[in-house]
Design a protein. Sequence first.
Length: 338
Amino acid sequence: MDQQAPNPRILVFPLPIQGNLNCMLKLAELLCLSNLHVTFLISPHSYSRLLRFTDIQNRFRRYPGFRFETITDGLPDDHPRSGHRFMELFDAMNTVTKPVFEELLTRLVVEERESPVTCLIADGDIGIALDAAEKVGIKVIFARPVSPSYVWTLHCLPQLVKAGELPLQGNGDMDRKIAEVPSMETFLRARDLPSFYRESEPSGLYVTRMISEIKQAPRAHGLILNTFEDLEAPLLSHFRSQCPNIYTLGPIHALLESKLPLNTTSFTDSNSLWQEDKSCMSWLDMMPVKSVLYVSFGSIAMFTRDQILEIWHGLVNSEKSFLWVIRPKSIIGEGGSA
């Protein structure tokens, strides 16, 4: 009697921060809806917060081929993972997480008999995935949950440094056009670039690290982008010159909503690492359609009190109703230091 072939399994490895986790959990659910077996790799820090603030276990219980696997992100549980401390997460993953991941991947690929991992979908910022996957002979597909326009500026970092457009010098001439990012030459300004592009030297720590990671990207078998062709066709054509196998699955949240059976709640379920304040919902329900500005700066950005006040003045002066989400401990200064 023939033995039944083992079920192939996809390992999903997100960067352990809020926005990336949220999007990659939705991607994992899309894979489950296609009857694929999925293992989701998550740090104990993030997993404990998901268990505390969400119904994540019950939501994924409907998928028998899904399971969580934990791996350290290399940082103590009480260590900040935002603001100027964010890059310490990369250092920790490259030193502490890397050997642990290599050992875990060997177990999931080589030693697992019933459902071995046959493909790795890793966050595009997790360069340690490439070497580990090559050692055990499986393909890596990078996924970028963030804006493809931002990711494309990262891919252009070597040209920007070579052309002398980086580093940006202080806050001077922030309206000048950036010429070395194909498809964005007519509108991209210096002020539109991330703050770490303003390091004083081309060999600055952040820029050097990003260039090193980007140079490894073509080693991946493919790249998943959270967009669609009609929205960013010119940019995607340039992307394919560096990464031929581009998969546009976005917007991932809308794609998941369209695939879920009726009467399921996954689309509205939370993936939040923080306690959500839902006291605004009754107020929102009373507001006219499309009348409220939603303001959120994500899970990493930090602000001084002066910056918060300036944004607040701008919102008030707009004379529009607004809902502004401010993450706990995201304000630098007395009473809000992170």
